[in-house]
Write a protein that binds this ligand. Structure first.
Ligand SMILES: O=C(CO)COP(=O)(O)O
Length: 250
């Protein structure tokens, strides 16, 4: 397997008033001082994308959205389209996060439609999959994530830049993480499902791990087979927590 540059993505979720700009700038400066390293993306709330994109222009840090609507424009009060994210300066978008699947009832078909919208707007989608604790305890983790990959990745992704993120729901914000063996097992299953769905073009898209990634566990997780990077929640909000993770991926 070829060693490619890792992808480290910070998902700020619904955190970040304008004061958060200082953290983005601190991350930008630290990434630039660190020199050669992973690809780094920050995904602030939609209200900050414009300003953070301006602050990070021509730096080694890209900006992403956390969700998008499946339609480009129209009467959808409160929604933000992929084109609007791109217009604000985003180049990436997280889709199908478990918080959206659970709290907003997003189905695999909804996620696939959003992925198509992201591609049409020129954004690189990061498609999230992951099992609940109940599903893991029932021995269904592999079947659940494989089905989510099958249902959430539209055929239009072939030959496009995209990533999949494995985020076990029970590991998000809990401080719990799967063992390295469990991560390797699920990532291998995700790779197989991606290839089954999209063919050989899906051999190189990175599969990120997300769920309680911290400075203390990042190095081991990132060295696990088929882990192409990390999707980081809480630890991405402060440069002092995020940068050790970025450096662990260098
Ligand atoms: O949901 C996540 C990233 O998308 C993970 O969140 P935490 O890193 O806070 O567990």
């Amino acid at each position: 397997m070829k060693q490619s540059v890792k992808l480290i993505v910070g998902n700020w979720k619904m955190n970040g008033l304008s004061a958060a700009l200082a953290q983005a700038e601190a991350i930008r400066d630290a990434v630039s001082a660190a020199g050669q390293g992973p690809r780094v993306v920050l995904c602030p709330p939609a209200t900050l994308i414009d300003r953070i994109s301006a602050a990070l222009a021509d730096s080694g840090v890209a900006v992403g959205g956390q969700d998008c609507h499946e339609k480009p424009v129209g009467a959808f009060t409160g929604s933000v389209s992929a084109e609007m994210l791109a217009d604000a300066g985003a180049t990436v978008v997280i889709l199908g996060h478990s918080e959206r699947r659970a709290a907003f009832g997003e189905t695999d078909a909804d996620v696939a439609a959003k992925v198509e919208a992201a591609i049409a707007a020129g954004l690189e989608p990061i498609v999230c999959v992951g099992e609940t604790l109940e599903q893991r305890e029932a021995g269904e983790a592999i079947a659940v994530v494989s089905a989510q990959v099958e249902g959430s990745l539209p055929m239009g992704l072939s030959e496009r830049d995209f990533a999949v993120a494995y985020e076990p729901v029970w590991a998000i914000g809990t401080g719990l993480t799967p063992t390295l063996e469990q991560i390797a097992e699920v990532h291998a299953a995700i790779r197989a499902a991606m290839i089954k769905r999209l063919g050989d073009s899906a051999r190189t898209a990175p599969i990120l791990y997300g769920g309680s990634v911290k400075p203390e566990n990042a190095r081991d997780i990132l060295a696990t087979p088929e882990v192409g990077g990390a999707l980081v929640g809480g630890a991405s909000l402060k440069a002092e927590d995020f940068m050790p993770i970025v450096k662990a991926a260098a």
